[in-house]
Design a protein around this ligand. Structure first.
Ligand code: SUD
Ligand code: ADP
Length: 334
């Protein structure tokens, strides 16, 4: 039997996303609170001579060449570990493409773990996390999952304690939004030039320093401050009470996403009318995450939002869930 490894990795939503002005390398310092949710990417890695990729589920029109994040992950691990074998990758995608839920990052994380196991490279989770950070700002979080604060480019992770399970209704759009385009719109709205210099005067939201951390009580992303996660959000996650969490959802990229996709205003309004506790654009959008009290409430909110026809699809998910996990490992022989 051909050796094979099956891994799954979750998508994420950002409960809070504070963004600073661009650094000289074009990246923006972030302070974000990630929650991994129960929408998964599955990667089946089978022993082969070359690196190849087949895609099922969403994203059947994504490239399968070396520009695909899953292929890049396999190539990077091969180069780093000196392995000369190949892998046949089969990707089954549930996470919306370019939806602000880091599906491509989950593909990369799942592929790193699957190939690491298949090839027996013996790299530890820490070394895999380093490679993950090279592939994209969101990739390290897809490895670890659960709840974490991301700083730097979003790739420096601090695990965060969270109690209970939160129920979300996701409004998924048929057409994604480009992450770089949303960051560019953010810069334009705040008067930042792409190299980090402020063009205009008052620039609420952040300054040009690279740091980001947990804020003092009322300084989450305040003027002249590095972007920060509000400690009240961390406390809310310990409360296990969705009514408390609902008061702390925020996203600095929501305004630029709405600028580029004004229809998202209708989605947020529909979530409100449907009785969601709160709703926020996830990451760079266009997926909107609406928080519910519990599973029956989420089903009811989803029903009303579906009837409002504001999104291509309405899904219900829960979070937090664990990061990339091996589902099956067949050692076999070739
Ligand atoms: C915005 C966020 C929030 O979680 O999520 P998504 O909406 O993409 O899921 C992330 O920061 C996205 O992370 P990821 O999608 O891995 O980003 P990368 O591939 O590293 O970068 C794509 C592009 O986004 C911009 N970018 C990304 C991260 C960051 N801290 N500053 C940036 O300016 C840059 O233009 C970069 O070239
Ligand atoms: N395996 C992959 N899955 C999804 N997108 C990928 C993949 N590899 C490369 N990409 C590119 O990354 C872009 C955004 O990726 P994705 O993670 O789906 O969204 P987001 O960054 O909004 O969370 C896609 O539009 C596509 O161009």
């Amino acid at each position: 039997m051909t050796p094979k490894v099956q891994v799954r990795a979750p998508g994420k939503i950002n409960l809070a996303l504070h963004v600073g002005p661009p650094r000289p390398d074009g990246y923006h310092p972030l302070a974000t609170l990630f929650q991994a949710v129960s929408l998964y990417e599955e990667v089946l890695a089978e022993a082969a001579d070359d690196v190849t990729l087949t895609i099922h589920g969403r994203g059947a029109d994504l490239p399968t060449d070396a520009t695909n994040l899953a292929v890049r992950a396999a190539q990077l691990l091969r180069e780093t570990s000196g392995v000369e074998r190949g892998v046949s990758l089969t990707l089954t995608k549930e996470v919306p493409v370019a939806g602000g839920m880091a599906g491509g990052s989950a593909d990369a994380a799942a592929t790193l773990l699957a190939c690491d196991q298949l090839w027996g490279t013996g790299l530890g989770r820490e070394e895999l996390a380093e490679l993950a950070g090279e592939l994209g700002a969101d990739v390290p979080f897809a490895l670890t999952g659960l709840s974490a604060m991301g700083t730097g480019r979003g790739d420096l992770l601090t695990p965060v304690m969270s109690r209970g399970t939160y129920h979300w209704v996701l409004a998924v759009q048929a057409e994604g939004l480009s992450t770089p385009a949303v960051f560019r719109e953010f810069d334009a709205l705040r008067g930042f030039s792409p190299d980090g210099a402020a063009r205009g005067g008052g620039v609420p939201g952040a300054h040009s320093g690279g740091g980001a951390d947990v804020a003092g009580a009322d300084s989450a992303g305040g003027a002249g401050e590095a972007p920060r996660v509000d400690p009240a959000l961390l406390s809310a996650l310990l409360s296990a009470d969705p009514l408390v969490l609902a008061r702390h959802l925020s996203n600095d990229l929501q305004e630029p996403a709405l600028e580029l996709r004004p229809e998202l205003g209708d989605v947020l309004a529909a979530a409100d009318r449907a009785g969601a506790l709160a709703a926020v654009v996830s990451g760079s959008g266009p997926t909107v995450a609406a928080l519910a009290l519990d599973a029956p409430h989420a089903a009811s909110v989803a029903g009303v939002m579906r009837a409002a026809e504001v999104a291509g699809e309405i899904l219900t998910v829960t979070g937090p869930v664990p990061g990339a996990r091996v589902l099956e490992h067949v050692h076999g022989r070739r």
